[in-house]
Ligand binder design. Structure first.
Ligand code: PMP
Length: 428
């Protein structure tokens, strides 16, 4: 039964049992309406309340400032790999167009704009693991590799493998103050690499904006460490994450977006202009301004998924009260310290994959006995017999991965550390 099992899946991932118990009830009968939450209209007052409550829970948990918008979309984290490119390119182009057209007549401006796009459009990516790599590949697919600046490829000087974040002075970010007055359209990074177990220890200092017009528009994928630690939202233009790890079940993506990127403060380039420049135009279901204008209800939003996310976040707010996300941050740290503590005790048996300085608190990647396939299988079989599930590493890298998301309780971590101890002692 559920009580017997400790689950460490990487996503979909465990959800709080109390939320699932309530979910099973509201799926049958929501608010005594005689119909379930997955059956009600996404435009009903009840659905609107679910949406408002969930937004409110997130705002309160992360202290999201008023000049940020929250959007709920579908299409997963991967959908936002594309959406980030569409929007940030469009905003960049529109800024260029405006600047040029104030200087010169329109016909000349269009020619110059084309030249500017060809020569100056850059999207910066910090590639620290397989998800930021995928995001950068999507950018190259959409706008051409010549516009993608891999400001950092962490596999370099590390045997072609992820597991480190080189010092910032080794990154090659596009300068914000270039001669043509136009910096990069964005700088993108993945805060926690789910497959490789690499997490940024904190916000990178070189991405800090030194002044208003020196603004780097930072876009961060927080799919696998969302709501697990304090985040200074103001440092970001956009934060996004799929719900299926720390927040809820699969089906929605949450975006926290600086309102000034939306109309009327920020204009996006017209589809005609983008088309004439050979740049991509995104599908309307991923269009942030459209989603924002429609309170995330442009098309049918899975309200049940929003409800689950809301209950999970309200649960954290209730548990941690005034401490808010710092309460969860403390617990996440404690649980990951417990796990790394045992792993480090037995270096002849366990080898944590990433460098100590960038170890993820959420996805703990480890090899056993020098990545011996038989030993790793033995470890996983033994874990499974002890009802410790979801520990297999991602198919692309193998090994063992412990996902330590918010809903993994301390007793589950204790059972795991006992198993780690006993396996190490037996097989040392
Ligand atoms: N980013 C990260 C960090 C992820 O872990 C994942 C999925 N595991 C994705 C993006 C892609 O998310 P989705 O499968 O929802 O498209």
């Amino acid at each position: 039964s559920r009580e017997d099992v400790s689950y460490f899946g990487a996503g979909p991932a465990p959800l709080p049992t109390s939320v699932l118990e309530e979910a099973s009830k509201v799926l049958l009968n929501y608010n005594d309406m005689g119909i379930g939450i997955a059956e009600i209209s996404h435009r009903s007052p009840e659905a609107n309340k679910v949406l408002a409550d969930t937004k409110h829970a997130l705002i309160s948990l992360l202290d999201i400032p008023e000049d940020y918008e929250i959007l709920f979309l579908q299409g997963g984290g991967s959908g936002e790999f594309s959406a980030a490119v569409y929007h940030m390119v469009s905003i960049w182009v529109e800024k260029c167009r405006k600047r040029l057209e104030t200087e010169i007549e329109q016909e000349v401006a269009t020619k110059r704009l084309r030249k500017k796009v060809m020569e100056g459009l850059k999207l910066d990516y910090l590639v620290t693991g397989s998800w930021s790599l995928k995001a950068s590949q999507e950018a190259a697919r959409l706008v051409g590799a010549e516009h993608v600046n891999i400001a950092l490829d962490a596999r370099k000087d590390n045997d072609g493998k992820f597991g480190k974040i080189p010092a910032e002075d080794q990154w090659s970010l596009t300068p914000t103050k270039r001669e043509d007055g136009q910096g990069p359209a964005m700088v993108y990074y993945c805060d926690n690499e789910t497959v490789d177990g690499v997490e940024f220890p904190s916000f990178p200092a070189s991405l800090e904006s030194k002044s208003e017009n020196d603004d780097r528009l930072v876009v961060a994928d927080m799919s696998s460490n969302f709501i697990s630690r304090k985040v200074d939202v103001r440092k970001y233009a956009v934060i996004f994450g799929g719900a299926q790890k720390n927040i809820g079940n699969t089906g929605i993506t949450i975006i926290i977006l600086r309102k000034s990127l939306l109309p009327p403060q920020s204009e996006l380039a017209s589809p005609q202009l983008l088309r004439s420049l050979g740049l991509p135009i995104g599908p309307v279901v991923l269009d942030w301004p459209t989603i924002a204008k429609n309170n995330s209800l442009y098309n049918t939003l899975p309200i049940f998924d929003v409800w689950v996310a809301g209950r999970v976040m309200q649960g954290l707010n209730n548990t941690y009260q005034a401490k808010k996300i710092l309460g969860q941050e403390g617990i996440s740290q404690k649980k990951s310290d417990m796990i790394y503590g045992v792993l480090d005790k037995y270096p002849n048996v366990y080898k944590v994959v990433p460098d100590k300085s960038v170890r993820s608190r959420m996805n703990i990647c480890v090899r056993i006995h020098g990545a011996d396939p038989e030993k790793e299988k033995e470890f996983l079989d033994g874990a499974s017999k002890s009802n410790l599930l979801g520990l297999k590493g991602h198919r692309s890298v193998g090994g063992v991965r412990v996902s330590n998301y918010n809903a993994v309780p301390i007793p589950a971590v204790e059972k795991l550390t006992e198993y780690l101890e006993s396996y190490a002692r037996k097989s040392a």
